[in-house]
Design a protein around this ligand. Structure first.
Ligand SMILES: Nc1ncnc2c1ncn2[C@@H]1O[C@H](COP(=O)(O)OP(=O)(O)O)[C@@H](O)[C@H]1O
Ligand SMILES: [Mg+2]
Length: 348
């Protein structure tokens, strides 16, 4: 009964639109990420689900019930904020107990559920501490426990990892995902970090300027981006303007690029090609030139210019002694790729 449905959910502020007719279904036990650049409407969408912001239009349904006009406490949601928002003068246990007190849960049951929630996030040994006596990661886990203790039908997370350092972020990310799967929580998480979205969520919703651009699994978005925005936002992508010509793609610069035009849109005006799908071979007779080489440890990035079009190429760094290892700026190379690796997209 914990599914979440958004129907044409919209929010306008005066003449500007923060969220524009967002449709979405999150199945029971599914984790969906709202992904997009800053200001695209992610937080506004999440807060409309939680009931903190009244929508200008559309509906929110939780477990089939229309809760669009219900106050936050009557919605059966648990929310974790970017800035943990813990009460500084209350102990860890008191912070976690807060939502149960609001719901008038009796003392004995309350104590039991608080300890259970703290055990879930492995903080039961710190129940009597104050928030300032905890590390950032521990504070975030208190915030998780506080949201989970009410057994919410829908779990809402707004950039929960953005205040943590890189190493901790990776750990807490895995912890949240494991907890979400173990408890079968219907979850909507907001993030601007594509890696976070790709690693945590079952499906992603890519938003731009208040609108949903595409919904899909990480693989669907990466392999079949619907438009240039999604292609450029989920992973990195070479995007070349031009037009179909004969069997290939004529870049505006004049270069003719190999592609498979079967099924391409008639108005194809952009060629999208992932940097790791391009092969690079040293060849003194090659017409492409390396213009930059960046060593990144496991991978090496090359900028390669061919008749006025520059493509980014990423390859696993070759072992020491491999002639590929000596490729340098100015070297002549030949680029190649499978025609099927190319996506043809309409203009932005
Ligand atoms: N209370 C408000 N009044 C006016 N505009 C707002 C308000 N809250 C948010 N906005 C605008 O709505 C848009 C979406 O904001 P937000 O949902 O916070 O984006 P995100 O979380 O994706 O960064 C932004 O352009 C923001 O400036
Ligand atoms: Mg936000």
């Amino acid at each position: 009964m914990g599914s979440l449905v958004l129907e044409a959910l919209s929010k306008r502020y005066g003449s500007s639109t923060a969220v524009e007719r967002v449709d979405l279904e999150v199945a029971q036990g599914e984790m969906v990420a709202l992904l997009g650049p800053s200001g695209c409407g992610k937080t506004t969408t999440l807060r409309m689900v939680a009931g903190f912001i009244p929508p200008s239009g559309g509906r929110v349904l939780i477990g089939g019930q229309d809760v669009t006009r219900a106050p936050p406490y009557a919605r059966d949601t648990g929310m974790v904020f970017q800035s943990y928002a813990l009460f500084p003068h209350m102990s860890v246990a008191q912070n976690v107990a807060f939502g149960l007190e609001m719901r008038k849960v009796g003392r004995a049951e309350r104590d039991e559920r608080v300890m259970e929630a703290l055990r879930l996030v492995r903080l039961d040994h710190l129940a009597d501490r104050l928030p300032r006596q905890l590390s950032g990661g521990q504070q975030q886990r208190v915030a998780l426990a506080r949201a989970l203790v009410v057994n919410p039908a829908v779990f809402l997370l707004d950039e929960p990892l953005s205040n943590l350092d890189a190493k901790l972020r990776g750990e807490v990310r895995m912890e949240i995902r494991a907890l979400q799967q173990r408890l079968g929580l219907t979850t909507l998480i907001v993030t601007h970090d594509q890696e976070e979205a790709l690693t945590m969520a079952d499906r992603l919703v890519v938003m731009e300027r208040g609108r949903v651009r595409q919904v899909g699994t990480a693989e669907e978005l990466y392999e079949h981006p619907a438009d240039p925005f999604v292609a450029g936002f989920v992973g990195r992508c070479n995007l070349v303007s031009g037009r179909l010509e004969g069997g290939g793609f004529r870049a505006e610069s004049g270069a003719l690029l190999r592609c498979d035009s079967t099924g391409a849109p008639a108005d194809a005006a952009l060629l999208a090609l992932r940097p790791e799908r391009i092969r690079l071979d040293p060849d003194p007779a090659g017409e492409a030139r390396i213009t930059a080489v960046t060593y990144l440890g496991a991978q090496t990035e090359y900028h390669v210019e061919q008749r006025g079009t520059t493509l980014l190429v990423t390859r696993p760094t070759p072992p020491l002694g491999d002639p590929m290892r000596r490729l340098a700026v100015g070297d002549a190379v030949v680029l190649s790729w499978d025609a099927a690796a190319v996506r043809l997209l309409p203009a932005a």
